[in-house]
Ligand binder design. Structure first.
Ligand code: B12
Ligand code: SF4
Ligand code: SF4
Length: 313
């Protein structure tokens, strides 16, 4: 069975592994233990990790195994005309079509195996690392052999039993390359990659701010790679990722009037015709329209980044 999964993944350029379903419990316990130890900032936990207590998280009765898939993904480029110039802004790896890609992969795998699968909600990095599919970098992102960290992780449960290759499972392991390296720590503009512990201080991470309403650190707009949401600094600084980032143009260009509408600075209060299709093409829940208007985080992030670009900083 594992051989069939390897064949499927190999043909598509993915990495994948098949594990007993209790691997999901181990990953959940790992995070729960950190919570009990008080490792998380309360605001961060309640905003970003409280879903771990939702019904339906983890394995369901009758599910015997979990398939983990790491799909290499590019970052995407979108162009905005603004002032006298045009600017290429980025959607970091995983932000374009997150749900769509996971859905396609599941359908493809179901067809290949001839078995129904259920998408599992779980802490995916902990799952990938504790099963041995990936390793943590000091930046707390998961690295998969040959792909670096530029992957989207996904997990699918099935009723098919599978032998545990490593009883008790491998422990969470860090990359060997992290020994003596602090490149990601030095590159992180907000000190989120801690000096005194392995777990990042996610409540300082620019990505965290950029995904929620509220004040945004200046560092978001000043980033070397200007992003519409998220941050790529700790991954791009990493020697293990060297040469692995793929960039793809989405072929979306917002003209001056459209950019002004998105920023709320133009005369147009009504959406210019055609803009909905362009925004839709980003397939990004953080850069969307709601009732014809850009959601607050989209407008705020775009404003922050274009203001700095136009000022030449
Ligand atoms: C919440 C969340 C966030 C939060 C918090 C991030 C975080 N580090 O927890 C915010 C909004 C900040 C965020 C940011 C990003 N995210 Co995010 N996020 C998630 C989400 C929903 C849950 C992550 C999670 O479980 N966090 C809980 C923490 C406790 O778990 P952990 O990070 O694995 O931490 C473990 C280690 O610290 C370890 N540990 C503790 N002490 C020690 C000591 C040693 C020695 C070792 C080895 C380990 C160790 O134990 C912890 C628990 O197991 C997942 C999707 C999912 N369902 O899993 C995506 C996910 C993790 N995100 C993803 C991505 C791509 C990102 C960004 C790169 C996006 C971007 N470009 O801006 C950044 C990266 C920021 C960073 N440096 O981590 C991808 C990661 C892919 C990958 N290759 O790892 C995921 C898996 C989505 C996906 N389906 O692919 N994210
Ligand atoms: S930059 Fe260095 S310390 Fe950070 S994850 Fe990469 S190898 Fe590890
Ligand atoms: S994503 Fe950016 S802010 Fe977050 S840890 Fe990495 S470098 Fe720091």
């Amino acid at each position: 069975m594992r051989a069939r999964l390897d064949e499927w993944a190999g043909k598509r350029g993915y990495a994948a592994g098949w594990y007993p379903a209790d691997a999901i419990d181990r990953a959940l316990e790992h995070v729960a233990r950190l919570r009990e130890e008080g490792a998380f900032d309360d605001a961060f936990f309640s905003r970003s990790l409280s879903w771990l207590k939702d019904p339906g998280v983890g394995a369901e009765p009758g599910e015997r195994s979990v398939i983990l898939v790491a799909v290499p993904r590019p970052a995407h480029i979108v162009t905005f005309e603004y002032g006298q110039d045009s600017f290429d802004l980025f959607l970091p790896v995983t932000y374009h079509d997150y749900v769509g890609v996971a859905g396609e992969v599941r359908k493809d795998l179901e067809a290949f195996l001839g078995k129904p699968l259920r998408t599992v909600r779980a802490p995916l990095k902990a799952l990938a690392v504790t099963t041995g599919l990936a390793r943590y970098g000091r930046n707390n992102v998961a690295y998969v052999n040959g792909f670096g960290s530029y992957v989207q992780l996904m997990a699918f449960a099935s009723g098919v039993p599978v032998d545990d290759l490593a009883p008790n499972g491998p422990r969470a392991a860090a990359l060997d390359e992290c020994q003596g390296c602090k490149a990601c720590q030095a590159a992180c503009p907000t000190g989120a990659i801690a000096r005194d512990r392995f777990l990042i201080r996610a409540e300082r991470c620019i990505t965290w701010f950029s995904e929620y309403e509220g004040p945004l650190p200046d560092a978001f707009g000043l980033a070397k790679r200007p992003c519409l949401v998220g941050c790529t600094a700790c991954q791009e600084a990493c020697p293990v990722n060297r040469g692995l980032l793929r960039l793809e143009r989405l072929g979306v260009r917002f003209c001056r009037a459209e950019t002004e509408f998105l920023l709320g600075t133009g005369a147009a209060r009504e959406a210019p015709s055609g803009i909905a299709a362009k925004v839709e093409a980003l397939r990004c829940s953080d850069c969307a329209l709601e009732s014809g208007q850009p959601i607050a985080t989209f407008r705020r992030n775009l404003h922050a980044v274009l203001r700095h670009r136009a000022a030449g900083s």
